[in-house]
Design a binder for this molecule. Structure first.
Ligand SMILES: *[C@@H]1O[C@H](CO)[C@@H](O)[C@H](O)[C@H]1NC(C)=O
Ligand SMILES: *[C@@H]1O[C@H](CO)[C@@H](O)[C@H](O)[C@H]1NC(C)=O
Length: 134
């Protein structure tokens, strides 16, 4: 009973927070769009796009044509992104851009600490912290 109540409250708070996000950039879903191509073409990292659109499911299977999406929150909109190429690894990316591996991982909480879950061409990395860059 108590556990259910707490869970409901947390979900309620997340929904309320999502609705209060002020979008710095908006996007309208087009035919054939998937999250990776939107994030790659619009310079909004995979993490940021998911973070500011909590209504999108984990596999990005519920985008609707014409649906309005937020690309970044005012004051926390990192547009400095990198689209992953075949053979890229987190260490090489951190070297290329002169960003510490720990910072790169902190900026992209969706990436596993051993970098085993990045994949080429579509996903994009945030190179600056979406929480601090404006
Ligand atoms: C994004 O869309 C919201 C909701 O329609 C609107 O209030 C806001 O002004 C738009 N932001 C930009 C930057 O166009
Ligand atoms: C994304 O960033 C690149 C490189 O800075 C820029 O050339 C491009 O115009 C940006 N695209 C959008 C949609 O902001």
């Amino acid at each position: 009973m108590f556990a259910n109540f707490v869970l409901t409250s947390i979900v309620g708070a997340v929904v309320a927070a999502a609705q209060s996000i002020e979008c710095a950039r908006n996007y309208t879903v087009h035919l054939g769009d998937v999250c990776d191509t939107i994030s790659a073409s619009q310079n909004s990292s995979t993490y940021q796009l998911a973070h500011v659109n909590p209504n999108i499911d984990e596999g990005c299977t519920n985008l609707a044509l014409g649906e309005p999406l937020c690309l970044g929150e005012v004051g926390h909109d990192c547009q400095d992104t990198y689209v992953i190429s075949s053979g890229d690894g987190c260490w090489a990316i951190s070297q290329t851009f002169g960003i510490g591996l720990d910072i790169l991982l902190a900026n992209n909480p969706n990436v596993a600490s051993d970098c085993s879950n990045i994949y080429p061409n579509e996903a994009s990395f945030g190179l600056a912290d979406a929480q601090t860059e404006s």
